[in-house]
Design a protein around this ligand. Structure first.
Ligand code: ADP
Length: 462
């Protein structure tokens, strides 16, 4: 559950929205409290000013009776929960409601200093939540008086408390809504992953050509499904080539095996002369050799594919290796009436797997001799250059048709099946040549014309 991506996404969404809501509520509270207090101060300032103006008017009317004028001015005010008082020094001339005596001195002292805001603390008994006040000094009949307007903060505090209560009541609702929203959003954005998993689940070795379809999902998921589809294509390709390899290998194994069985059946079917048994055993031996060669080749290619065949690298002279291969092939060439010429050039030291490179040269020489009619010529040459060595095996044989040439390095491919089988080939020789050249970071190229012979060039970097 904790590890579920959907759960985590929901949780983050929930945390984010709850935090946002709390921060917004705090901000709203601050702004509102400030605005309410300013409005209260403004209202008190207006009350104090108006009372002062009325005091001056009443003074004229009352012919200089300040206490009576103060009383009239104060009682003439229409007040909204505030207290208005006229002071002369620390004496209260008139007040809209009685002020407890201990406060009078304090208010008077502060009012004379015009410390209006501080008056708030002056009346804790009257207003436990504090109070706001405005002071207006006025000169009437040559004497200074202070008009103060004062109001407790109770109403303001109550308004803010309502806001806090509403916020606290709304918080669980916001949390629930944010949770549901987060869960819905997470489910919605993760849904394509679910479809992908479901479709991927249905893909097995037998339907690797199926591709994921996630419709018009978000770009990120489209990239993911495209990568997955590419992976499927690569897997499909390698599965297909593996299937072909196994089918071709089985096919190739069948022929020598059925020859061996046929020969053994015939030999055992009745009593035969010793010479006939010898002939049958010779055929069986021949086919068994072919079989072992095929199995060896298959094993090497399979190991190379699995990356398990390690090169036994050592320093040796490639020109010596070419000369040795030519000597080995000489008897085969002579038996077929083919002139084999070898030009191994000067000393060409090289670092690589000597056994594999011997195999490479022997495969090429073997092919050149096998696909060249009697009277033809085969030449093996080594060209040494600063950065690379080139082994060139050329023949004047049958050549390869242009449409077959690009395929001769493929496994089990034979350009001329009848001739190749008859010559004992399985179509693996050039695939092995290519693999050996590439495992030495080199390459092999073919130049050929039907009827005009073929030239195989192996380039190996030094
Ligand atoms: P194989 O064992 O059948 O010779 P290879 O992989 O060595 O298999 O060669 C593949 C095919 O390429 C052969 O079947 C043959 O038709 C053609 N080929 C290879 N070498 C030559 C050559 N020197 N001249 C003509 N054809 C060749």
């Amino acid at each position: 559950m904790i590890n579920s991506f959907r759960f985590r996404l929901t949780l983050w969404y929930l945390l984010f929205f709850s935090l946002l809501f709390i921060l917004f509520s705090l901000f709203l509270h601050g702004v509102l409290s400030h605005a309410l207090e300013r409005r209260l101060d403004e209202a008190l300032a207006v009350e104090a000013n108006t009372t002062a103006a009325m005091l001056q008017d009443e003074f004229e009317e009352m012919k200089g009776n300040v206490p009576a004028a103060s009383s009239d001015a104060v009682s003439g005010m229409r007040l909204h929960g505030s207290l208005v008082a006229v002071l002369s020094g620390n004496r209260v001339l008139a007040a809209s409601t009685p002020i407890p005596q201990p406060q009078v001195d304090f208010i008077a002292a502060r009012a004379s200093l015009d410390a209006a805001a501080d008056l708030a603390v002056a009346v804790p008994e009257v207003a436990p939540n504090g109070a706001r006040a405005a002071v207006h000094r006025v000169t009437v009949g040559g004497l200074d008086y202070q008009v103060i307007a004062l109001q407790s903060r109770d109403e303001l505090v109550e308004d803010l408390a309502v806001l806090r209560r509403v916020t606290l009541l709304a918080l669980p609702l916001v949390i629930v809504l944010a949770g549901l929203g987060g869960y819905w959003l997470a489910s919605r954005s993760l849904a394509p992953l679910g479809w992908m998993a479901e479709q991927a689940h249905r893909i097995t070795g037998s339907n690797l050509n199926t591709r994921l379809d996630i419709g018009n999902a978000a770009e990120e998921l489209a990239v993911l499904s495209a990568s997955f589809n590419e992976l499927l294509s690569r897997l499909d390709l390698s599965f297909e080539s593996m299937r072909r390899f196994v089918a071709d290998a089985s096919h190739e194994l069948r022929t020598p095996l059925s020859i061996i069985r046929g020969e053994a059946d015939v030999a055992l079917s009745q009593e035969r002369a010793a010479a006939e048994y010898r002939e049958s055993l010779a055929i069986i031996l021949d086919e068994s050799r072919r079989l072992s060669r095929l199995v060896d080749d298959l094993l090497n290619l399979a190991r190379a594919d699995a990356g398990r065949l390690k090169l036994q690298s050592e320093e040796f002279y490639l020109n010596d290796l070419l000369a040795e291969c030519c000597r080995s092939a000489q008897s085969l060439a002579a038996a077929r009436g083919i002139a084999l010429e070898c030009r191994p050039a000067e000393d060409a030291p090289f670092r690589g797997d000597e056994e594999l490179l011997r195999r490479l040269v022997m495969n090429l020489l073997d092919n050149a001799i096998r696909y060249t009619p009697p009277g033809g010529q085969v030449s093996a040459a080594l060209e040494a250059q600063d950065s690379e060595l080139r082994i060139r095996i050329a023949d004047t044989g049958v050549g390869i048709a242009p449409d077959a040439a690009p395929h001769v390095f493929e496994r089990f491919y034979r350009a001329d099946i009848a001739r190749s089988r008859q010559n004992g080939g399985f179509g693996l020789g050039l695939a092995i040549v290519k693999w050996i050249a590439e495992s030495h970071h080199g390459e092999v190229a073919l130049a050929t014309h039907p009827g005009a012979g073929s030239t195989f060039t192996v380039t190996l970097p030094r």
